[in-house]
Ligand binder design. Sequence first.
Ligand SMILES: [Zn+2]
Length: 149
Amino acid sequence: MEKDDCVFCKLVSNRIDYYGNIKNYKYWRVIISREQHTLSTLIILLKRHLIRFSSIDESELLELNKIQKEMENVLDNLFKPNLYNYLQCGNATNHLHIHLIPRYKEERIFAKKRFTDQAYGDSVKETTDIENPIIIKLLKKNITRQLSI
Ligand SMILES: [Zn+2]
């Protein structure tokens, strides 16, 4: 069930194009977040319009866990985060999605740019960085390469 005015419904049905798509699963899609709260912040999007996290069914839940393992493995290989935060809010866009936010004790360098997780050990701080297509495209290249290994 799609909602006409929902940006994530449009995204998962390919009615809008986004260059940060990573992988399409049966029930979910993984994309690179336009807002990089920390290096390689991803979003795991349910492919149907649902608002409550508690309303997902068993097969969606099982696939979500498979995705968590797969994405954590990719990010472990690429950036060795110290831990992972999963954030589900739905305040701005209520279509169910989960932010996968890798957390870093020390800074990482990617594409000659320094990435510091300033709030490590605490809740992530919302970044003021605007979308950076170059970083997103490079992340996509690196992540998809890892997924194909
Ligand atoms: Zn939706």
